[in-house]
Design a protein around this ligand. Structure first.
Ligand SMILES: Nc1ncnc2c1ncn2[C@@H]1O[C@H](COP(=O)(O)OP(=O)(O)OP(=O)(O)O)[C@@H](O)[C@H]1O
Ligand SMILES: [Mg+2]
Ligand SMILES: [Zn+2]
Length: 512
């Protein structure tokens, strides 16, 4: 008898519906599987055969064929097992169900019939919903990944036997997990507040502007001045994710099996701080069966690279393309997989090997040593940084100061939210959300300069020998500064502050 069931293939962060056809005929006993399968999928034969036998049903000595279609892409992974087993049991006449075309099955089987976890349940449930399936039966340990998706019922199963029971009793609705209500959330790191940091008002302001406008930021300064402290407190000032963004981020974590790490659906903006020994593939993703890297895990959040000069230059340079495009593509076996990677880059470093330049009382580095140190940096990467904040040593007076620091986490977060809503309103019809995303068209429209500002910028362009990208970045940051004061127009003061954030350019260019 011929029967079919449905499953889905996870490709990158999305899933594609596949059909599993099973046919049983009299003839020489043979079990074959076709449909452009890799070895993992072909091995499903053994897992499914044993699982069916071990739940007490024999495997008939007949000619059994399974076809997984469409055949235009290579099937990988173990998620097809459950769908194959169900299609086979149906074609053997062991179970009867007229609802199989409304159900999508995904799960790996072990030899004793238990259903094991798989990667990518969230994209699978989303794809199933889009294609109009009513139910999705997935491993019980992954069922929460699908709970957020409304309009489809996600059911968890622990074993092939339990799956058969659900199908036979048709108790789909009762077994479905309750829908999880989506909620916007701020980061939970409440123990770390910006007010813990003494002094550094300029750096805190720069951090606020960076997060509000989505600008990449570099903090440069002496050891022990609070650079790492500031970075660690960024999650607290990041606005909550929208539901669309939450789903985007959760899909990345679900498809790579990291849902347990996030303890469920991702409600908070990610903050990733990879160690400087990270490999190129660890940073940008890749591999034979491509997986996402830190830049994708940081999607819609912050990627923090502490001690930038310690990272291998070649590794850092790999960030150039994703920083511009906001996604990364990996091509294997003629298939291109795209992972989103739209993050704010925050980096920290010392200005010289000892860390105290230009404080001559402490720094004894020679110009040659400083040059060698700075030449480890990637200039193209620095050109993609909008805000360079020079961190000063903390003065004793500010350590014990009784003055109230206005830059608390809750104050900055409020300001960031206000600035984000100004941007949302402005870009309502522009398909962007942040000042840092403005292209030339947007810059022309929203960064109009009067004559005084134009003259000022002409001067700056020459003096700092700016690249066009550098020039545009000043305008974008000035737009964010103007937003922080709720000004419709960019004024010369906004430009002046934005130029201060690029003054590192000159020093670096002299070295490289
Ligand atoms: N501005 C500050 N206010 C309060 N404590 C500070 C400040 N700066 C540094 N500290 C203290 O010094 C420790 C080290 O600070 P932090 O790691 O942020 O320095 P850093 O600038 O990253 O230094 P390095 O360049 O060596 O990485 C902190 O854990 C904190 O206890
Ligand atoms: Mg540090
Ligand atoms: Zn030095």
């Amino acid at each position: 008898m011929f029967c079919k069931s449905y499953c889905a293939a996870v490709i990158g962060v999305d899933a594609r519906i596949v059909q599993i056809e099973a046919d049983v005929n009299d003839g020489m006993p043979i079990f074959q599987m076709v449909g452009y399968l890799n070895s993992e999928v072909r091995e499903a034969k053994e897992r499914v055969r044993s699982a069916i036998k071990n739940i007490g049903w024999g495997f008939p000595a007949k000619r059994v064929t399974v076809n997984i279609s469409p055949a235009d892409f290579k099937k990988e992974g173990t998620a097809y097992d459950l769908g194959i087993a169900v299609a086979l049991l149906c074609s053997f006449g062991r179970i009867q169900c007229d609802k199989l075309d409304q159900i999508l099955f995904a799960g790996e089987l072990s030899l004793n019939g238990k259903v094991n976890s798989i990667n990518g349940v969230l994209p699978i449930v989303l794809a199933a919903k889009e294609r109009g399936f009513k139910y999705c039966i997935v491993p019980a340990c992954n069922v929460n990944e699908g709970a957020i998706v409304s309009g489809i019922k996600t059911i968890g199963t622990d074993s092939l036997q339990e799956t058969v029971d659900i199908i036979e009793k048709e108790c789909f609705d009762e077994m479905a997990v309750p829908n999880e209500e989506w909620k916007s959330n701020y980061s939970a790191c409440m123990s770390k507040d910006f007010s813990d940091i003494s002094g550094q008002p300029m750096v805190k302001r720069a951090a606020m502007l960076a997060i509000a406008g989505g600008h990449n930021m570099l903090m440069i300064g002496p050891p022990g001045s609070g650079k790492t402290m500031i970075a660690e407190r960024l999650p607290g000032i990041m606005p909550g994710l929208t539901m669309k963004e939450s789903i985007e981020v959760s899909k990345i974590y679900s498809s790579s099996g990291k849902f347990t790490e996030t303890k469920g659906f991702v409600y908070e903006r990610p903050f990733r701080a990879p160690h400087h020994s990270i490999s190129p593939a660890g940073l940008i993703g890749g591999g034979i069966s491509p997986y996402p890297g830190e830049i994708s895990y940081a999607h819609r959040g912050v990627l923090f690279m502490d001690e930038l000069t310690e990272f291998k230059r070649d590794t850092v340079e790999l960030l150039r393309t994703p920083l511009e495009k906001k996604y990364i593509e990996h091509t294997r076996n003629n298939v291109t997989i795209r992972y989103p990677s739209d993050f704010v880059l925050v980096v920290a470093m010392n200005p010289c090997p000892c860390g105290y330049y230009p404080d001559k009382s402490k720094c004894s580095c020679t110009p040659l040593q400083i040059n060698r140190y700075l030449s480890k940096l990637s200039y193209p990467l620095l050109d993609r940084i909008d805000i360079v904040s020079q961190v000063q040593s903390v003065k004793y007076a500010s350590i014990n100061s009784q003055d109230k620091d206005i830059y608390t986490t809750s104050y900055i977060r409020e300001r960031v939210n206000a600035m984000r809503s100004i941007q949302n309103k402005r870009f309502n019809n522009d398909r962007i959300t942040l000042n840092s995303e403005m292209n030339l068209f947007h810059i022309k429209k929203y960064c109009v300069l009067d004559d005084e500002c134009k003259n000022f910028m002409e001067n700056v362009f020459e003096k700092l020998s700016l690249s066009v990208r550098g020039y545009n970045k000043i305008l974008k940051v000035a737009r964010t500064i103007a937003d922080s004061e709720e000004c419709d127009n960019i004024t010369i003061n906004h430009l002046k502050e934005a130029v201060i954030y690029r003054s590192f350019d000159r020093q670096i260019k002299e070295v490289m």
